[in-house]
Ligand binder design. Structure first.
Ligand code: LLP
Length: 427
C-alpha cells in the first residue's frame, strides 16, 4: 500500500507505524503531532553506509534538528553538515564526533567562524571573503583551521527553483572558474589549511545524472588544484537525493547514486594519484520517510470544494505552501474505506495558501477523524514557526512497539519568550 515504506501498514482499519496505531498515538499525545519510526531512520542511514562503505555520511541537520534523531544517527556512525552555530551546538549535544562535522554556510559570522575553530571542526568556505575572515580569526586564536571550498559547479538539476543550488545564478559557492585561484590564495595564508572541495547542487533531485556531472566537474577541479601543488584530502559531493513523495514517483536509491558517482570519484582519484576522504551530505533521503505529520480534523466544509480543516498547517509543515510540494495524505482511522470524493486539506492559519493537500481522493472525512501526512521528517518540524500564535507540536519516536516523547509540545510561553514590554507602556 505504501510502496517501499514497509514501516507503514493498514491494520484493522487504522494506520500503523512500526506496529503502533497512529489513531492511538493521536489519542495519547494529542494532535497535531510528528511521529518518527526509529527503525526506518536507522535503515535509511544504513542504506547510505552500505552504498558508500568508504565514505563519511554527514547528515544535513537543517532537515531535522531533533536531538533524539541526531543521537540515533550518531549511533549509526554519521557525522553532520551544520549551517550555523545553533546546529553545531545541537550535534555536539547529540554526541557526534567533531571530526565528522563540516561547518557550511554562505554568510557565516565571525563569531561562528571562531566557534568552528574552537571546536576544531572543518569549515567550508563559500567565498574569498569568508576565507580571509577564517584566516584572520584562526590566526588570532593561534590555530590552523582546515578549510574546504564550496564550488558552484553550474550544474542544472531538475528540481523546484527555490531548492536548486548548483546553478551559476545561485547564491551558493565560489564559481568553479575561480576555485583554483582561491585555493592558491589559501595555500599562502596563515591560519588555514586548504583540504579539499565541496559542492551541493540542490535538493529533491530525482535523477542521478546531475550528480554525475557535478562529480566529474569536481574531479576536474581537483586535478587543477593538484597541478598547482595543492593537497586534496576531502571531496564532499553534498546531499540532494530526492524521495518519492507521490505514490507514482520513483526516486533513485543510495545504491543507484553510488553506481553513478563512485566510478567518477575512484577513477579520478586514481588518475590524479590522490586518496581523499569522500563525503556525502544527505538530509531528506535519510529522514523524510521515517516520519508522519498527524493532524486532527476540526471541520469539514462543503464549499466550492470540500475543505477539510485540520489542526496543523503551514506553521508546522511549510513545504506544500513554500514549494507547492506534494505530501501524500491518508485518513488514519479509515484505512479500510474506499475513496468517495475529492478533498482539500487546509490548516488553521489565516492565509489562503495554508493548504496541505489539494484535491485528494479520500474516504468520507468527518470531524474528529485523524489525518496522517506522509514523508514529513525532512524540513518539517525544523521549519516550523509559531505564526498566528500557534505553539509548536510534540514529536514522538516509535521503536519496538513503544512510543516515546522526543519533544514536548509548546504552550503560550513559546510566543511570549523573550518579549519585553517597556515599563513606560505598563502604566
Ligand atoms: N548540504 C548542503 C550544503 C545543503 O545546503 C543541503 C540542503 C543539504 C546538504 C541536504 O540536502 P538534502 O539531501 O536534504 O536534499 N527546505 C527545502 C530543502 C532545502 C535544502 C537546503 N539545503 C525543502 O523542504 O524541500
Amino acid at each position: 500500500m505504501f510502496g517501499t515504506k514497509d514501516h507503514l501498514r493498514a491494520e484493522g482499519g487504522d494506520l500503523t507505524i512500526d506496529g503502533v496505531d497512529v489513531v492511538d498515538l493521536a489519542d495519547v499525545f494529542g494532535t497535531p503531532l510528528y511521529v518518527t519510526s526509529e527503525r526506518r531512520l536507522r535503515e535509511n542511514a544504513r542504506a547510505y553506509r552500505k552504498a558508500f562503505p568508504e565514505a563519511e555520511i554527514y547528515f544535513a541537520v537543517k532537515a531535522n534538528g531533533n536531538l533524539a534523531i541526531l543521537r540515533i544517527l550518531a549511533e549509526e556512525g554519521l557525522g553532520a553538515d551544520v549551517f550555523s552555530a545553533g546546529e553545531l551546538n545541537l550535534v555536539r549535544m547529540a554526541g557526534m564526533a567533531m571530526d565528522k562535522i563540516l561547518f557550511n554556510g554562505n554568510s557565516k559570522s565571525l563569531e561562528e567562524l571562531e566557534m568552528a575553530v574552537e571546536a576544531k571542526v572543518r569549515v567550508s568556505a563559500d567565498s574569498r571573503d569568508e576565507l580571509l575572515n577564517l584566516s584572520e580569526v584562526a590566526s588570532e586564536m593561534g590555530e590552523v583551521a582546515e578549510v574546504a571550498f564550496r564550488v558552484n559547479p553550474d550544474v542544472s538539476a531538475m528540481t523546484h527553483p527555490k531548492i536548486a543550488t548548483g546553478l551559476k545564478t545561485s547564491k551558493f559557492g565560489i564559481p568553479w572558474q575561480e576555485i583554483v585561484e582561491v585555493y592558491r590564495t589559501a595555500m599562502g595564508l596563515e591560519g588555514v589549511k586548504p583540504i579539499g572541495l565541496h559542492c551541493h547542487i540542490g535538493s529533491q533531485i530525482l535523477d542521478v545524472a546531475p550528480f554525475v556531472d557535478a562529480a566529474a566537474k569536481m574531479m576536474e577541479l581537483a586535478g587543477e588544484i593538484v597541478d598547482i601543488g595543492g593537497e586534496i584530502e576531502m571531496m564532499d559531493f553534498g546531499g540532494g537525493l530526492g524521495i518519492a513523495y507521490a505514490p507514482e514517483t520513483r526516486a533513485p536509491t543510495p545504491d543507484e547514486l553510488a553506481a553513478g558517482i563512485l566510478p567518477v570519484f575512484l577513477e579520478g582519484c586514481k588518475r590524479l594519484g590522490i586518496s581523499p576522504q569522500m563525503v556525502l551530505e544527505p538530509g531528506r533521503s535519510i529522514v523524510a520517510d521515517s516520519t508522519l505529520f498527524v493532524t486532527g480534523v476540526n471541520v469539514v466544509k462543503r464549499a466550492h470544494v470540500n475543505f477539510v480543516g485540520v489542526d496543523g498547517g503551514f506553521n508546522l509543515l511549510a513545504r506544500p505552501m513554500l514549494y507547492d510540494a506534494y505530501h501524500h495524505a491518508v485518513v488514519a482511522n479509515k484505512m479500510d474505506q474506499e475513496a468517495v470524493g475529492k478533498y482539500t486539506v487546509v490548516g488553521p492559519i489565516c492565509e489562503s495558501g495554508d493548504v496541505l493537500a489539494r484535491d485528494r481522493d479520500l474516504p468520507e472525512v468527518e470531524r474528529g477523524d485523524v489525518l496522517a501526512i506522509l514523508d514529513a521528517g525532512a524540513y518539517g518540524f525544523s521549519m516550523a514557526s509559531v505564526y498566528n500564535g500557534q505553539p509548536r507540536c510534540p514529536e514522538v519516536l516509535v521503536n519496538g512497539g513503544r512510543a516515546e516523547l522526543i519533544r514536548r509540545g509548546e504552550d503560550e510561553s513559546a510566543f511570549l519568550a523573550g518579549q519585553i514590554v517597556p515599563a513606560r507602556l505598563l502604566r
